[in-house]
Design a protein around this ligand. Sequence first.
Ligand code: PMP
Length: 360
Amino acid sequence: MSTDVLNFSAGPAMLPHSVIERLRDTLDEWDGKSASVIEISHRDKSFIEVVERAEASLKRILGMDDEWQVLFLGGGATGQFAGVPLNLLQPGRSAGYIDTGQWGGKAIQEARKFGDIVVTASAKDDGYAKLPDLALVDIDPNWAYLHFCANETVDGTQYGTIAQTAHSVPLVADCSSELLTRVMPLDRFAAFYGGAQKNVGPAGVTIVCVRKELLGSPQAICPAVWDWTQQGANDSALNTPPVYAILASGFVFEWVEEHGGVPAAAARAAEKSTLLYETIDRIPLYSNDRATRSKTNIVFRLTTEELEKQFLKEAEANGMIGLKGHRAVGGCRASVYLAMPMEGVQTLVAFMEDFAQRNG
Ligand code: PMP
């Protein structure tokens, strides 16, 4: 992306500049071959090494040991709304779901096609402004798992900490819009997944991390490409994987390693979102009513829709794109993912202050 433009969209998002440069270099020559990395076979030894390297780096930054299976698949997080029950919900069993918001709701709709789903709690009564407390949610210990969306991209809400549930149950989370910005409490999770196009890499690859002990009993109807056990046994290459997106993701994992790991990325996410919320709370023109606020998707309203339109127009003219809120909720949203620098947020804040002075 041009260094003059700041992309605040909910994804696909910006990548670290050094990663873009590394990617550009791979197009000229790859591993001493005249063909570039996107022109070689996914069975080529040099590409298999790309997958192995990406996996090893991701495991290092998230602290996953050999008990964890990492998969790089196609189909997006939406594909995994089906993938989760197809792999983890055996016939005759039930799974609990929390209706956390737009994406948690979509996961429920999809999972219902594949098994008995119990919606145990919903943020609906709170206007999707507050996530149900994990510690207070009713749990049936016989459930195959409990699913929730850890960060609701559209609603701008997030679980700050992953509280202990009342009874033990395997937790499965959609982490699409917060991957790599939370130090994952791995001991709490059975599986988590997310599309790469926000915090990790370009669109096309979906990351699934699952405890190996949960593999081996997919539903009989599970399509082979969605079968985590088969994909794991084939190093995510049961069919042709999204090669370039995996390469880019691997470069981003290494970038995270070079920049202080996930703890530093989490601290930067806290710093960026704190500055934005402080600005929204301080200036009367802006507001955010979220009780469990997201560190990556900061939603806000202006006092009138007219002013929101004007704000978005002027922001774009000043090189800040993608600030329009999702059509389902309206308003504005600043998505500040992994590669958004603090200076980018400071530029937005300076614009917000100036706009408020002129229109407040
Ligand atoms: N879950 C969440 C939390 C998301 O933000 C998104 C995309 N915005 C999705 C799922 C759907 O992802 P995909 O487009 O990769 O299927």
